[in-house]
Design a protein around this ligand. Sequence first.
Ligand code: SIN
Length: 272
Amino acid sequence: MADNMIHIRKLTPVIGAEIFGVDLAQPLDDRDFATIQQALMDNLVIFFRDQTMGPVQQMAFGARFGKLHIHPAAPSVPGHPEVMIIHADANSTYVNGESWHSDVSCDEEPPMGSILHIRTLPEVGGDTMFANMYSAYEALSAPMRAMLDGLSAVHDGELLYRGRYTANDAGRVYPKATHPVIRTHPVTKKRALFVNSFFTSRIVELSKAESDAMLAFLFRHIETPEFSCRFRWEKDSVAFWDNRSAQHHALWDYFPATRSGTRVTIQGDKPF
Ligand code: SIN
């Protein structure tokens, strides 16, 4: 392996890989960009260690993969609305992402990917789990897949965002969208389960009782351990995940310790 070659080491056979030999604070040449892009398609979430980039460099890295997304509710770094603050400490009453979800799936065009840089973390704890939604789809029986293939579901930002980031958000309208229950990844063309417990409120074509039962089953199915990996952060680790094929869950097992960093999110397109 030449010195300047990127090296990829899988975390599990199903999801996740660590990437070595790249400094994300520097502009990516086309070869490294293509390698990272392919690693993301192959592994759904990729991890980097010892990255000392600041928010501006994080934005530049994200912008290589698409236009940057502005979060509809969460706080951002002053002067940089594209850089979302991820922070929890002894005063926190919630943390971002503490249940299985795909980021901002309530948007009409939900984000394709998110890049999280953690700079402060507890001595132990604060891991993030990621799960493969191709595997979740493929593990369903053929009749179940056939039924879900034709269904769509409402994703409602109201469920998560109302009163969460500011007590006084009366009159504010949060995004709401309808997406296929099973989406086709625009790059890999593979089918992935696309409902999540943060945002998905209702399967449109089913009665309310049927929808509640089906979503409860699917939310439980997504948690199947064999679909997942668990990432242990170190100071200046970066995770880059594909929201179209993976879901994630941030573990808040470190209260009252502090964990903080910044997330840059990349715009996506309408699920089909
Ligand atoms: C998120 O959902 O973006 C938060 C993930 C994390 O803090 O690990």
